[in-house]
Design a protein around this ligand. Sequence first.
Ligand SMILES: Nc1ncnc2c1ncn2[C@@H]1O[C@H](COP(=O)(O)OP(=O)(O)OP(=O)(O)O)[C@@H](O)[C@H]1O
Length: 391
Amino acid sequence: MSNEPDANPAPDPQAPVTRKGFLMSLKTGVPMPIPEDDLYGRCRPVAEFEKLNRVGEGSYGIVYRARDTRSNEIVALKKVRMDQEKDGLPVSGLREIMILKKCNHENIVHLREVVVGKSLDSIFLVMDYCEQDLASLLDNMSQPFTESEVKCITLQVLRALQYMHARFIIHRDLKVSNLLMTDKGCIKVADFGLARLYGNPPKPVMTPQMVTLWYRAPELLLGARTHTTAVDMWAFGCILGELLLNKPLLPGNSEIAQLDLIIELLGAPSESIWPGFSELPAVKNFTLSEQPYNNLKTKFHMLCQPGRELLNILFIYNPNTRASADECLTSKYFTSAPLPCDARLMPTFPQHRILSGGQQQRQMPQATQPPTDNIPISDLLNVFIKRQRLE
Ligand SMILES: Nc1ncnc2c1ncn2[C@@H]1O[C@H](COP(=O)(O)OP(=O)(O)OP(=O)(O)O)[C@@H](O)[C@H]1O
């Protein structure tokens, strides 16, 4: 028997990628050529998708409307941004893939598959295509959503949150531009690049400043080291307020301005309404104004009592007592007039994103720091090769 390496050996899924088209065998340490058929693991090449137009660009990637040439279906193709990475995939990309793989809910964007570019240095998420995102819709609508439509939208977001939170997933970047809508009025929560799985009790996190400023909960602004599902509920409260007012509720342009806006609306926090507040790390960095009144009632004077109650429980300072998605779903707001409209009866809108080529972006302070911990692309590919073989 010959000791020569097999001319066309099967690739070892555990082996790291050494150079383009080769895998280093962990057993023998010999680089082995990857057969053409296995070059992409079990991922399809992106060349099988025809890019039609750009629909969005965020901090972590460009999103295209594309046609799957195999099935002829229209999909969204999100290219994971790699340009700042020397040797790996940004952790946000990997997190988004892992978490979306766990989710199967009609109000969460569906990840169909992951496809790769020819040189294996680009990764794309293939998702169901949604015709609108709420941010560009809000910016372009000739008249605001009716209250029935607001209820229809927010109920769907709450169902997605209930599903995620029951599975220990915190989204951490809920905002109107991350809420997509199909032409059948179905809302899909998107962009899980900052999402995290959390434990009980929650573990401290390294990156406290995550959620976009306008939607950021007071505990994050004050430097809390643990993140809970309550950060999503605060952001949800800001979204509900924004849809009702037809403008951002708390559009701060710095952390202190954001805290001031919150205090102007809700009154100043104190140790008595929020035990542990005075020990939060950043409290000493700010001089908080001493406004004593809750002005929700004045700001939302047009809203019925159940609606104001819902906003009140979403804007509880203490994250431990802030309303959960379960609780909000039982709010009388959704069963009192005007009732939520049927999603299929939501109005249809011109597709602004296609017309504007995805250039239209809301100007809001991001203050989200792309995480710097990279995952080598070889690990990602191995995860996929293994996973697809298991399935
Ligand atoms: N499945 C989809 N269907 C249609 N459009 C989409 C889809 N996913 C994303 N988009 C569009 O692309 C934009 C950016 O997508 P996404 O939020 O996932 O990227 P990001 O780089 O993570 O953004 P961010 O800067 O908000 O973190 C969205 O606001 C939306 O307009």
